[in-house]
Ligand binder design. Structure first.
Ligand SMILES: NC(=O)c1ccc[n+]([C@@H]2O[C@H](COP(=O)([O-])OP(=O)(O)OC[C@H]3O[C@@H](n4cnc5c(N)ncnc54)[C@H](O)[C@@H]3O)[C@@H](O)[C@H]2O)c1
Length: 254
């Protein structure tokens, strides 16, 4: 029971990585998990698959301050404390070279992936502090560690989260708040299907094959590979780890 008795909040909680992590947290003894997402349908599906657990479902857009305040407040009201804040919501944007990339898409990706993480810490830190500290986990990407042509907004946003994570680690440490980021290589889920199709419309399988060849362990990650790292960072096993970029990539960046 890795996180027995802990209360967690997961943004993007009804997506591939978020929901898998919620299930793993419950399996490992979490006392309660708040699933935050802006997708009504996603939340409904999450509700069905988490039935029987002490789960809270909150519809909120992580890029809007009022809604971030709302999900922190509602989680505190329901649980009395937040021990783990998994800032995982993200959008991929579109696949286009910079000279064709729509400005409003750029703003949206930065709004969710960067401002969303910033707002999460801005309003989440005081709640974690009240409970004596905790763990903030940010889902970045291998796209935060190297460039990829045609996804400039996504790459920029995932690099930016490293800056936020490192600053958060320094600002949170006096209050026993640890902050780390996870850097997955391609994960076999909806977001990669969308990106594969963006790189080669109608021929996503070939793109997947190409990416797979770049991964020494010879496969995409699955949601559980990432959830296991989130569990480690949420648990006391990682109690001296803060400010770290945790790569989960089958050797992609080796
Ligand atoms: N899938 C991959 O290959 C991969 C690789 C590296 C990093 N990541 C990152 O992992 C995180 C989780 O993505 P995933 O792979 O589970 O994909 P996903 O699309 O299944 O999940 C993302 C979730 O975030 C939610 N979301 C998006 N914008 C939101 C907003 N403004 N407010 C609230 N919720 C919002 C979506 O509704 C969705 O449920 C993302 O940050 C993503 O960038 C994914």
């Amino acid at each position: 029971m890795e996180i027995k008795g802990k209360f967690a909040v997961i943004t993007g909680g009804s997506g591939g990585i978020g929901l898998e992590t919620a299930k793993l947290f419950f399996k490992e003894g979490a006392a309660g998990v708040a699933i935050v997402d802006y997708s009504k349908e996603g939340l409904q599906e999450a509700k069905e698959s988490l039935m029987g657990n002490n789960a809270l479902f909150i519809e909120a857009d992580v890029s809007k301050a009022e809604e971030v305040k709302k999900f922190i407040d509602e989680s505190m009201k329901a649980f009395g404390r937040i021990d783990v804040l998994f800032l995982n919501a993200g959008v991929e944007g579109v696949v286009k070279p910079m000279i064709e990339y729509p400005e409003e898409k750029f703003d949206q990706v930065i709004g969710v992936n960067v401002k969303g993480v910033w707002l999460g810490m801005k309003y989440g830190f005081p709640a974690l502090k009240q409970g004596g500290g905790g763990s903030v986990i940010i889902t970045s990407s291998v796209a935060g560690l190297r460039g990829t042509a045609q996804v400039s907004a996504y790459v920029a946003s995932k690099h930016a989260t490293i800056g936020l994570m490192r600053t958060g680690a320094l600002e949170g440490a006096p209050d026993n708040i640890r902050v780390n980021s996870i850097h997955p290589s391609p994960v076999d889920n909806r977001m990669m299907r969308s990106l594969e199709d963006g790189f080669a419309p109608g021929a996503g399988e070939a793109v997947k094959e190409g990416f797979t060849k770049m991964i020494p362990l010879g496969r995409y990650a699955d949601n559980d590979d990432i959830a296991q790292m989130a569990l480690f960072l949420a648990s006391d096993r990682s109690k001296f780890i803060t400010g770290a970029t945790m790569v989960v990539d089958g050797g992609f960046t080796a």
